[in-house]
Design a protein around this ligand. Sequence first.
Ligand SMILES: [Zn+2]
Length: 271
Amino acid sequence: MSRLLLVGLGVMGNAILTSFRLHQFSEIYVMDGDFIDSKNLFSQPLYDKGDIGKLKAEVISSKLGKTGKKFIGIPSYLYNISQIEEISPDLIIDATDNISSKELINQYSLTKNVPAIITSVSESKGFAFKPTREYACFDCILSNSFVKQIECTKASLPIAIKLSILLNAFLTDKNNFLEISKEGERRLLINKAKECKFGKIEMYQICGNSIKVLPRLPLDTGLIEKAGKKINDIIIVNEGKSRFVVTTKGEILAENASVNDINNFINKYKL
Ligand SMILES: [Zn+2]
């Protein structure tokens, strides 16, 4: 393997970059549209005070690039499969807290036959999953009782580090599901769901106070006309008492939307 794409540079992304065996890759692409916030410093050891306000992808590629390995920073969220196609990775690791990105990685892995590992970490447990056509894909495990939902609680760094160390062996393991918790770990081979919803899953995730959405079809709505262009994805964000509908590029489409407005928005545009 030579080219790794790591999507998500938060707690799990930091743990992978410090604990996962990266020497087998000649190029490492690190993708995240987030900026570094002071609250990240406690759980994301690759960032320090001087990095606050900078893009995670740029800080990582510049810091780790000094080790002699080729790091390429992509300061963007994953919102379109063509972003993966451009890189043409040999392995994709998902370290996001975003179900839409996981869904895109699942889709790319299955259609292009490229191995992928999808991870999720919370305060008390973590899991890693390898989508396959023969056994379960990501949509299968979502409809399976093994994973009720992707947890959006605060992620724990010790659990993320433990999981990222185990990933080295899990990559070549015959099981497709690895779960760790304070009690221990278990590895399972999960079969396809009775009704595999691959490509048909609802594409939004309610996470704390925000709703992350990624519609499969481009939206063509009044709100988008207001923004003056067509977009493929939007994020609805709560900031204190205000609620914004923004594009992943940070353009604000609507301000102070009520919960009803957002529910109507989701229903009307089938997000
Ligand atoms: Zn499936």
